[in-house]
Design a protein around this ligand. Structure first.
Ligand SMILES: *Cc1c(COP(=O)(O)O)cnc(C)c1O
Length: 355
């Protein structure tokens, strides 16, 4: 190539999406296995007749609707083209070159990539032995250069979740000029009351004069719209406004906006689906534990098998059984909870693994 591009990008690992193989069961991307509800498909089809027009770049109806649902004014809500894009927007909104982004590791694989793409400095803080976020170590990693801290709750890929008082104590230790972003991509699968609703937690912080807490959520997981790309941030009005400044115009498309609203209309049905997945999660975990696997308690729609050096072999074994899992080589395997038959196929593969 004759074009001079940024030298630092050649060392940047690409985001690795979960594999799709025809005929195989895909449990690699934390999607819900069930297809979209008929009412949502209808809303998308109706909106398709108007795609010659640009979408509402402010996503006014969706933002209003989210504000109502969450009990916040619309100024607190910013949408993004999936919450992964909002992760990038928060880095862009807070950091320039010398600034630091603190995040747990292993966690959402987009955090280090996005941080480097924006050109800020990544500070990875290892998880605890129990595969959870080490908030003491994260607090200790904060320096005067820290502008942003990601708290993934529940954590992808380990499924572990932090309790309300743990997060509140942590926030007290974060300087008010650094933004704490609670990434709640899996919030709808949480069934333990000790785990906070991040939006409610953030509201209490704002009321106490701390505006440096924000929450990210998505329609990709529990709401089943991964293919349409829409997520949202709930933040103080000043932070939300900055997120809108770095928003790529029109990036939440018109079909995504109507599908998100239709999904909020059908929320009861979608949350019933989530409860079924949560039930399957308990079954899958207990069968794995009974089969001798270590599996941290999970509050998300996946389980984590910290297989270390056996990860690659387990991944191959599952593929041979036509089950696609998500392997992080040398570390572990993340397996999405699917429909009961899909989970049975995975469990059969796992139980026949001799590694
Ligand atoms: C899946 C995921 C997201 C983003 O999902 P989008 O499809 O971009 O909305 C964000 N954070 C975590 C931790 C995730 O696992």
């Amino acid at each position: 190539m004759t074009v001079r591009t940024r030298a630092d990008l050649s060392a940047l690992p690409s985001y690795v999406p979960g594999k799709t193989i025809p005929g195989a069961i895909k449990l690699a991307s934390n999607e819900v296995s069930a297809g979209p509800l008929p009412s949502v498909v209808r809303a998308i089809a109706d909106a398709a007749t108007a795609v010659n027009r640009y979408p509402d770049t402010a996503a006014t109806d969706l933002v209003a609707r989210l504000g109502q649902k969450l009990g916040v004014a619309p100024e607190h809500v910013a949408v993004g083209c999936g919450s992964v894009t909002l992760c990038q927007q928060v880095v862009q909104a807070t950091c320039t070159e010398a600034d630091e982004v603190v995040f747990p590791w292993r966690s959402f694989e987009a955090y280090p990539i996005i941080t480097q793409v924006v050109g800020a400095q990544a500070v990875r803080v290892p998880l605890t032995e129990g595969h959870g976020l080490d908030l003491d170590a994260m607090a200790a990693a904060i320096t005067p250069k820290t502008r942003l801290v990601f708290v993934c709750n529940p954590n992808n890929p380990t499924g572990t979740a932090l309790r309300t008082e743990e997060i509140e104590r942590f926030i007290e230790r974060v300087p008010r000029d650094a933004l704490v972003v609670i990434d709640e991509a899996y919030r709808e699968f949480v069934d333990d009351d000790a785990i906070p609703d991040g939006v409610e937690l953030a509201k209490r912080q704002w009321a106490a004069g701390r505006d440096n807490v924000a929450v990210l959520r998505t329609f990709s997981k529990a709401y089943g719209l991964a293919g349409l790309r829409v997520g949202y941030a709930v933040a103080s009005p000043a932070v939300a406004e900055t997120l809108r400044k770095v928003y790529v115009p029109f990036s939440v498309n018109a079909l995504a906006q109507v599908a998100a609203i239709a999904s909020l209309d059908a929320e009861d049905e979608l949350m019933a689906r989530c409860r079924a997945i949560v039930g399957e999660r308990a079954r899958v975990r207990s069968e794995l534990v009974a089969a001798g696997f270590e599996v941290p308690v999970t509050q998300a729609n996946f389980v984590w098998l910290p297989l270390g050096e056996r990860t690659a072999a387990f991944n191959e074994h599952c593929l041979a059984h036509k089950v696609i899992v998500r392997a992080f080589v040398g570390d572990g395997v993340r397996v999405t909870i699917g429909e009961p038959e899909e989970n049975d196929a995975f469990l059969a593969a796992a139980k026949s693994f001799e590694g």
